[in-house]
Ligand binder design. Structure first.
Ligand SMILES: C[S@@+](CC[C@H](N)C(=O)[O-])C[C@H]1O[C@@H](n2cnc3c(N)ncnc32)[C@H](O)[C@@H]1O
Length: 669
């Protein structure tokens, strides 16, 4: 059959408006009354009850014209609409359903009943889930209203829709086309695109529509093309990774302490919720004070009297000279800011080579290790104790073994570093090797030989010094800047996840001291932990693989599932002991059990945490004497693990000083 698609249609004239919706009259329903009743109900909020009661007559009469009944149930708080035998328009019940929905959403009755007209529709736009943050949601919702409701009014005029913004929804009523536009604008607004852009576009379109010549043309060329509609003020992305600056280095980045480690060190780990809040408040206040002081200085600077001309010139000259110096320093730093400095007489002739920035070098030279050399002669620093020897250990290279039975608390080794280096990022590997190589070559012969005998990882002779540093490095913080430190003797200690020794590095004396943490028998290997043994086995193994290139085969790692489960229990118990609310189940017995669990797990070198909890748990039930005993143990454990600079030390010292005045005293009674 031939297509009639393009055939002449003489009845289809241009004056016909194909979009016009003709009203549905009773005579249009040729099928007669409906055979079944349809009904819809909706609940309304309590505060609408009064209003609905007052306007129900009006609503009923509006619906009656369409043959629909309406019931207001004040007991249930619901409205119901239903068809009757008089209903002639099948769509009327749907409009009636929309009517009660609008009424429930606070649309005034005279406005809501307009929904019963054939060319009026409605849309309820849910806006709450479009924005996660509550404050942001409120701010963006306010943009729909605009100042004094002006944006809302403009939108209503331009789209010929009625709008009601309430709570988590926007109710809109009007022609279909307007509703479509409104939904887009509302959603865009909640996605941070200001409605003003849409209003501008709509205004232009309205004007263009009036021009009969332009009615059938594309309006694109008249519409504004906004480049950026988003209102976000963030100009730079959150994370900027500047890859251009990174140069290859064979060293692992300084091992970051875990959040818990940092909290333990700062003592925050042991604070109750209120104490934590108090600490945060104090920190905030201190910061604010600092800022205020800066501002005050800034303001005062405005009142400094202007200088005379001659003075000005002098200052200018000085500034220029300063800048010249700065320029020179810049040039030097571009070659490699860090410089090498060797002190051959350091520590009674053991010597030390330091590679660091000139500024830090000056600070290092002012450390007690340099200014009070006698402190290094005390405590057997750099002297053999006769308690250990080194020997080859299967699969581990060289290790350190006990020459006699050793009791917990015994100091086994105490040494100063032979080499200290600041890991400057701007230097290439070979340039760094030259710098570090020179530093090592300047060490006294025996120290240099000890250094060069240390094990290495890659085996490339061109980067031998860096290779040795990679395999033997300890972190030492100088004036808050991390340095790599090599202590040839303590470098021979192998790793174990349940070590029998613990070490501490003192940044003032630069010493690395190792203490026994549980009984060690003669001939037994002495071990330390290279990574936190309080982490789960897979995490520990991964760090050892990455940082030290070996597969840990210690007892805890071989039995990973069991030891991980134990760590879970330990963490759970610590959580309980740290609960300072009224429903806390924490008791001193629980803290004592925690101490036992650490010991069973071979974590004697990390007992500062359970000791601390025991001190708090006893103090919390008013047993301040017992609390002091545990606080003293915690203090000692911190000293042996984190050193004199650890913040946690202050907590135990304050409890020791005044247990009854401590915040934890009788807290759980
Ligand atoms: C600081 S050194 C320790 C002394 C070293 N064994 C030596 O021969 O000089 C670190 C290196 O020793 C080895 N090592 C340490 N602990 C180990 C362990 N538990 N199992 C296997 N190898 C280990 C690894 O090769 C690691 O890179």
């Amino acid at each position: 059959m031939p297509s009639t698609h393009n055939a002449e249609k003489p009845w289809d004239t241009d004056d016909i408006d194909k979009w016009k919706i003709e009203p549905f009259k009773p005579e249009d329903n040729t099928a007669g009354p409906f055979t079944e009743e349809s009904s819809f109900s909706t609940l309304f909020p309590k505060y609408r009850e009064q209003y609905l009661k007052g306007s129900w007559k009006f609503i009923e009469s509006a619906l009656k014209k369409h043959g629909i009944t309406a019931t207001l149930n004040l007991v249930e708080g619901s409205m119901t609409v239903a068809t009757t035998r008089k209903t002639y328009d099948p769509a009327a019940i749907l409009s009636a359903r929309d009517l009660i929905k609008l009424l429930a959403r606070s649309v005034p009755a005279p406005q809501a009943v307009k929904i019963l007209e054939d060319d009026v529709a409605m849309d309820i736009i849910k806006i709450r889930n479009l924005v996660g943050n509550k404050d942001r949601f409120v701010k963006r919702r306010q943009r729909i209203l605009g100042p004094n409701g002006s944006t809302l009014k403009a939108l209503e005029l331009l789209t010929e829709c009625y709008l009601l913004v309430q709570g988590n929804t926007v109710a809109a009523m009007g022609p279909y086309k307007g509703l479509k536009t409104i939904r887009r604008i509302i959603e865009d607004t909640m996605h941070n695109i200001h409605p003003i852009y849409a209003i501008k576009e709509l205004m232009i379109k309205k004007e263009l529509a009036k021009d009969p010549e332009l009615v059938n043309e594309s309006w694109d060329r008249f519409l504004p093309n906004f480049k950026k509609r988003s209102l976000s003020k963030r100009r730079v992305p959150h994370k900027v990774t500047d890859k251009s600056k990174k140069t290859y280095t064979p060293f692992p980045p300084a091992q970051e302490k875990s959040k818990v480690d940092l909290q333990i060190e700062s003592g925050e780990y042991f604070l109750g919720k209120q104490a934590k809040e108090r600490k945060a408040r104090e920190d905030r206040d201190a910061k604010m004070k600092e800022k205020m002081e800066d501002k005050r200085k800034e303001r005062l600077a405005d009142f400094v009297a202007p200088e005379e001309d001659g003075e000005k010139k002098k200052k200018k000259r000085k500034r220029e000279e300063g800048e010249e110096k700065k320029e020179k320093k810049k040039k030097r730093s571009s070659k490699g800011e860090a410089e090498e400095e060797s002190y051959t007489t350091f520590a009674s002739g053991r010597g030390i080579s330091i590679v660091t920035t000139p500024k830090l070098a000056a600070q290092v030279a002012a450390l007690p290790a340099f200014t009070e050399p006698t402190i290094l002669e005390e405590d057997g620093t750099n002297k053999p104790t006769g308690r250990w020897f080194t020997s080859s250990i299967p699969h581990k290279g060289i290790g350190t073994l006990a020459l006699q039975n050793l009791r917990p608390g015994t100091q086994i080794l105490r040494y100063t570093p032979a080499f200290l280096a600041y890991l400057e990022a701007d230097l290439g590997t070979l340039d760094r090797e030259t710098l570090w190589g020179t530093a090592v070559s300047r060490l006294p012969t025996s120290t240099r030989d000890e250094f060069l005998r240390l094990m290495y990882i890659y085996g490339d002779p061109r980067v031998r010094v860096q290779d040795i540093v990679k395999g033997n490095t300890f972190q030492l913080s100088l004036s808050g800047v991390n340095h790599l430190a090599i202590f040839p003797e303590t470098s021979r200690l192998n790793h174990d996840c349940a070590p029998n020794a613990q070490y501490v590095i003192d940044p003032d004396t630069l010493t690395h001291t190792v203490h026994v943490t549980r009984e060690i028998e003669e001939g037994e290997e002495v071990s330390i932990a290279y990574t936190s043994p309080l982490e789960k086995s897979e995490a520990r193994k991964e760090k050892l693989r990455e940082g030290f290139h070996f597969e840990c085969g210690c007892k805890r790692c071989r039995d990973g599932a069991r030891s991980d489960a134990m760590l879970d229990r330990i963490n759970e118990m610590q959580g309980e002991l740290n609960d300072w609310s009224d429903i806390s189940q924490a008791t001193p017995d629980m803290a004592l059990r925690l101490v036992e669990m650490y010991e069973e797990e071979g974590l004697q070198g990390f007992l500062d945490v359970p000791y601390g909890f025991a001190a708090l748990a006893f103090n919390a039930v008013g047993e301040s004497g017992e609390a002091r005993l545990w606080a003293e143990k915690a203090r000692e454990a911190v000293l042996r693990k984190d050193g004199r600079g650890a913040d946690a030390l202050r907590i135990w010292e304050s409890l020791l000083g005044d247990a009854e005045g401590h915040w934890s005293y009788r807290r759980r009674l």
